[in-house]
Write a protein that binds this ligand. Structure first.
Ligand code: NDP
Ligand code: 2IT
Length: 443
């Protein structure tokens, strides 16, 4: 069987899992040139092995609302690949979570984690639970119920979850408390923990800061810089907020941000302290921004954000939030860089538009790897029983993002696809995992 037959076989098997098929299709298409140099990977059927999760856990999560109603949600953990280290990846709480979404995220995580250079395998989990509008008590009871099953599958040498959409510091705290109560051990199994109980400085900021370090490296390699540029950032969660913070610190004017209801456009530059208060402290909607800044605009519907003219577009909300039409408009408006803070935010056709128009395009696996990289550094600090300073962690994060950029750019050149970081990131991530799988036999 050649690579196309193998791809078709894999896709056929899971054809109903739309997001998973999309992620697999992209990776398998772009790594095709590898097999001319490494026919042994085909012989050992690395492709079918790497696209089949080592283990999928699906479980019931019953919990009680404040008014006494008993609710049942579905929990997931996909332990995808442990060739280079313990399964590692976030938990997502959002009504759209299903097996396809968790598998696509877990699959992407394998290659992303490999690119960080740290010894972490790939995994992902979550639930179709919707945290919006829930009380702290409801969130706590849900997290405790979720962990009452998950605890038996995870461990510091086995599987180390963290946050993702809908799972931030509050949820990690409740999950960790329940884990510790059940196993009676301070084994620091989650990352993204609070600073008072084993968390790492810079973890909160890491994905957003890392994204900007990556964009800076892309621009520098093309004899350009961030200074004086404009940016549009979708989302207003953990990744978007700290991407905006670092962008501003590096001389970029951020014009717009969004949530799932709509977007704000403030030509003077976004007031980030206000966005933080609305989203992080009050947990409200982004439209409240215009109650304070009456001269800014609020538009219903998140997608309109891509019509705003900007130099840099950073999709930081969710998968497939930027499609071919959006990509064409961004190109017409002169966008120079698109880098993905979210996982798979650009559709395959949107990706093609950017690459065909010579836009600098930073794919998620590379561009948003800063979050999991600092999770890896949190694990290192926990093992050492030490805490590094903010500056120390931030410096390591910068080095890691610069290294990821260099590795992806060099790999793209080596495989005859200069500046195509989709090819570069997928091949570089794949080679590391495939080599480890080859060494460990057929398991
Ligand atoms: P948060 O929950 O903190 O924020 C998510 C943001 O995206 C919110 O503004 C939310 O709006 C918006 N959003 C979520 N779902 C949708 C949707 N279906 N349509 C439109 N907007 C939506 O999550 P994060 O910031 O942590 O995650 C954002 C993205 O970054 C995800 O793709 C995640 O996988 C990825 N990522 C996260 C990392 C991390 O360390 N946290 C690391 C690497 C990638 P609303 O408030 O209305 O729900
Ligand atoms: O998508 C991601 O890389 C994350 N949500 C972070 C995972 C982690 O383990 O820190």
């Amino acid at each position: 069987m050649d690579i196309t037959d193998i791809k078709n076989k894999i896709i056929e098997k899971d054809r109903d899992e739309k997001e998973f098929v999309q992620a697999v299709d992209e990776v398998l298409t772009s790594i095709a040139p590898v097999f001319d140099k490494h026919p042994e990977y085909l012989k050992m059927n690395i492709l079918e092995r790497i696209t089949e999760p080592e283990r999928v856990i699906i479980f019931r999560v019953p919990w009680v609302k404040d008014d006494g109603e008993v609710v049942v949600n579905r929990g997931f953990r996909v332990e995808f690949n442990s060739a280079i280290g313990p399964y590692k990846g976030g938990l997502r709480f959002h009504p759209s979570v299903n097996l396809s979404v968790v598998k696509f995220l877990g699959f992407e995580q394998i290659f992303k984690n490999a690119l960080t250079g740290l010894p972490m395998g790939g995994g992902k989990g979550g639930s179709d639970f919707d945290p919006h509008g829930k009380s702290d008590g409801e969130i706590m009871r849900f997290c405790q119920s979720f962990m009452s099953e998950l605890y038996r599958h995870i461990g510091p040498f086995r599987d180390v979850p963290a946050g993702d959409i809908g799972v931030g510091a509050r949820e990690i705290g409740f999950l960790y408390g329940q884990y510790k109560k059940l196993v009676n051990e301070s084994s620091w199994v989650l990352t993204g923990k609070g600073l008072s109980y084993g968390g790492s400085l810079v973890r909160k900021e890491a994905t957003g800061y890392g994204l900007l370090y990556f964009v800076r490296a892309m621009l520098l390699d093309h004899k350009d810089s961030l200074e004086g540029k404009t940016a549009v950032i979708s989302g207003s969660g953990n990744v978007a907020i700290y991407a905006a913070e670092k962008a501003m610190a590096l001389g970029v004017k951020v014009l717009a941000m969004s949530d799932s209801n709509g977007y704000i456009y403030d030509p003077k530059g976004i007031d980030l302290d206000l966005v933080k208060k609305i989203k992080e402290v009050d947990r409200k909607r982004i439209k409240e921004y215009i109650d304070v800044h009456g001269d800014a605009e609020y538009h219903e519907g998140a997608k309109g954000i891509w019509q705003i003219k900007c130099d840099i577009a950073l999709p930081c909300a969710t998968q497939n939030e930027l499609d071919e039409e959006d990509a064409k408009i961004l190109c017409q408006n002169g966008v120079k860089v698109v880098a993905e803070g979210a996982n798979m935010p650009c559709t395959h056709k949107a990706q093609r538009v950017f690459l065909d128009n010579g836009i600098l395009y930073g794919p998620a696996k590379a561009a948003n790897a800063g979050g999991v990289a600092v999770s890896g550094l949190e694990m290192s600090q926990n093992s050492l029983r030490l805490s590094w300073t903010f500056e120390e962690v931030d410096e390591r994060l910068k080095e890691i993002m610069d290294d990821i950029y260099r590795t992806c750019a060099d790999t793209a050149i080596e495989y005859g696809a200069k500046d195509d970081l989709v090819v570069g990131s997928n091949i570089a991530g794949f080679l590391k995992v495939a080599e480890a799988m080859m060494a460990q036999g057929i398991v």
